[in-house]
Design a protein around this ligand. Structure first.
Ligand code: IDP
Ligand code: MG
Length: 149
């Protein structure tokens, strides 16, 4: 089953929106696999955002993600990566579709509430970066057959 990493970033945690994010992903039908509430170290932040190193917003991005705890989660489902990114909305909140998290709860790109993996390959990589194999729970829900075809 495809897996994706979701972070409720420091702004979402400070604003009390962890439950809102989880609730939307649950209602969508995705299955929670792992969760960890943590203060992100500069090392983890730099590895996670290595692809953005050198960009003008990089330094601000590292201070943003390390400024307060985050809620890190792994979710799974068919097309989990695309489904979660759709529920999050576009990177820039003013370009995010109405009804998405970033539209409904954010205004600026530097405070856009969530992270979600952008490809199945990165989903695998990021879940492995944030969680040890033993922290991923392999389970079935009674509702799975009504959500997964
Ligand atoms: P994504 O989070 O939608 O995948 P990316 O392009 O991977 O977007 O950028 C990672 C994060 O970096 C964004 O979510 C946002 O927090 C931040 N970011 C991206 N572009 C800018 C910018 O132009 N100014 C400030 N922050 C930015
Ligand atoms: Mg990204």
């Amino acid at each position: 089953m495809e897996k994706t990493l979701v972070l409720v970033k420091p702004d979402g945690v400070q604003r009390g929106l962890i439950g809102e994010v989880i609730s939307r992903l649950e209602r969508r039908g995705l299955r929670l696999v792992a969760a960890r509430f943590l203060q992100v170290s500069p090392e983890l932040a730099e590895t996670h955002y290595a692809v953005h190193k050198g960009k003008p917003f990089y330094t601000g991005l590292i201070s943003y993600i390390t400024s307060s705890p985050v809620m890190a989660m792994a979710w799974e489902g068919p097309d989990a990566v695309a489904a979660v990114r759709q529920t999050m909305g576009s990177t820039r909140p003013t370009e995010a579709a109405p009804g998405t998290l970033r539209h409904d709860f954010a205004l600026q790109v530097g405070r856009n509430l969530t992270h979600a993996s952008d490809s199945p390959e990165n989903g695998e990589k990021e879940v492995a970066l944030w969680f040890k194999a033993g922290e991923l729970v392999d389970w079935k829900r009674d509702t799975d057959r009504w959500i997964f075809e």
